[in-house]
Design a protein around this ligand. Structure first.
Ligand SMILES: Nc1ncnc2c1ncn2[C@@H]1O[C@H](COP(=O)(O)OP(=O)(O)OP(=O)(O)O)[C@@H](O)[C@H]1O
Length: 300
């Protein structure tokens, strides 16, 4: 298990991390999500030892540290060399030699889907291929903890597919993964745990299933041509959501039944009436009052 204990970091007067505490259980995929500038990269640079000056502590309990593979956002490859040579170079740095080195490079080339391009010069590769190779290089020494910083930004769908496969394979091998992204769907599909970051703070963290359950059952979704017309006849608090509205409630089944009754009484046919099942993006919205996608698009 990896424990981040009350970690703070400032760049001059800019406080990038503010008393951040997290527990990352061994063998899990842990998602870090938040808008641009929320402190994600700073946090993982501290965890991976790149930033050494900070307040608080990072503790490895029960052998998670072992070895660490950190894949930064920026590609760091030897562009004039082949894919295989790049992998072998990183393997050599970590002490691999001879047939062990060759076999490992072959295995990684297969995993990242570049076996048929093993002899290709990296500068001729697409952005997605380079990113896959960059990940492969960080895996040559078979690390126990793998940190991926925004691994799918700007990559083609085929590369994204390979990256998801790599993560799933690492999960099956029992590795601990920290997956940084601002794509909610990726975190929801790949990770077991998530921490939401905003302005240097952790606004919520926990097991994704548990979080979704906790934030579910607090609202009913209602969609109709003119929902206000009907809803104003009852005592409902509602806010626009996608093409309908969500009605906040402590008792969703009761609210659901009231809405059915109200609709019948006024011979009103809703287009959709359902218990609200939140996705991670809805949880983030409820926590921060902002839409991560909007913020990220503004920041990009
Ligand atoms: N080397 C640095 N010098 C000064 N300020 C920095 C530095 N690195 C990050 N910051 C600032 O610290 C804050 C957190 O940045 P950080 O890169 O950790 O966030 P992030 O969530 O990873 O964002 P992004 O998704 O854009 O990478 C931001 O305000 C950023 O401008």
């Amino acid at each position: 298990m990896l424990q981040v204990e009350k970690v703070s970091k400032s760049y001059g007067t800019n406080r990038a991390l503010n008393n951040v505490s997290l527990t990352i259980p061994k063998g899990t995929c842990y998602g870090l999500i938040g808008p641009n500038g929320s402190g994600k990269s700073t946090l993982i640079k501290i965890i991976s030892g790149i930033i050494r000056s900070y307040e608080g502590g990072i503790k490895y309990v029960g052998g998670v540290k072992g070895t660490l593979g950190y894949v930064p956002q920026d590609i760091s490859l030897e562009e004039k060399l082949t894919a295989r040579t790049n992998l072998e170079f990183f393997g050599q740095i970590h002490g691999l030699r001879g047939s062990t080195l060759k076999k490992k490079a072959e295995q990684i080339l297969k995993d990242i889907g570049l076996l048929d391009r093993a002899g290709g010069i990296v500068e001729s590769f697409s952005g997605g291929m380079k990113r896959r190779l960059n990940i492969g290089c960080a895996l040559m020494h078979n690390p126990e903890l793998i940190i991926l910083d925004e691994p799918t930004v700007g990559v083609d769908p085929q590369s994204r597919h390979y990256i998801f496969n790599i993560v799933n394979k690492l999960k099956k091998q029992g590795k601990t993964i920290i997956y940084v992204s601002h794509y909610m769907e990726e975190i929801e599909n790949l990770c077991d745990y998530v921490a939401f970051m905003d302005k240097g703070n952790i606004v919520e963290e926990g097991e994704i299933k548990e979080l979704l359950n906790r934030y579910a059952n607090t609202a009913v979704y209602f969609e109709a041509e003119n929902p206000t017309k009907l809803l104003s006849k009852g005592n409902f608090t509602f806010t626009p959501y996608k093409t309908g509205v969500i009605i906040q409630t402590n008792d969703p089944l009761k609210t659901f039944t009231e809405l059915v009754q109200l609709s019948r009484d006024h011979q009103f046919i809703p287009e959709q009436l359902s218990l609200f099942k939140p996705r991670l993006e809805d949880v983030f919205f409820q926590l921060t009052g902002t839409d991560l996608r909007d913020q990220s698009e503004k920041g990009e």
